[in-house]
Design a protein. Sequence first.
Length: 201
Amino acid sequence: MNHFINRHSVTSGVVGAFALAASILPSAAAAAAPGGETLANARNATAIYTDAGAAPAAGYELLTDAAGIACIDQAGEGAMGVHFVKGALVQSGTLDPARPQALVYEVGSSGRLELAALEYVVIQSAWDAGHSGPPTLFGQKFMLNPADNRFGLPAFYSLHAWVWKHNPKGTFEPWNPDVHCANGSTANGASPDEDSAPEPM
């Protein structure tokens, strides 16, 4: 069964989650979860989402940029793919390898979504309220996305982990030259399918 998602209602919900998280008081500043910081643990914990239909069922919602584009790419760099974000995890401000704020899917040749990467996200203002430096996970420092980002979201820290698809540029690089957005570059092309799970790499 295909799961089609209304871009406008879902995107507004995700943006609202970011805005709410940005208003977190210092007393509830973002925190990193202790232990379990291995890529193997993250991969095992997210194996269920290789069935793309499991993402919306678990509360992950499609995120598009300000132009309504779902499959995110960058000329000369490659692409990230299609993001499904769980607003509750963004609001929690907690970084847990087993619970990524976003699942990133590649649009396959058939138009089905195939899990490619995990993305960990924390709002900058919430994190900086309780920390002197940017967050780290898997021994990697998060990158800062300024407030003038293409999603129209508050400034946030993020880290991609390509645990389901090889990235020749590096496991933690945001762009993957082997991911393309020729198919499903708009929200209407993003359709999680219960039969779309790729073979484990």
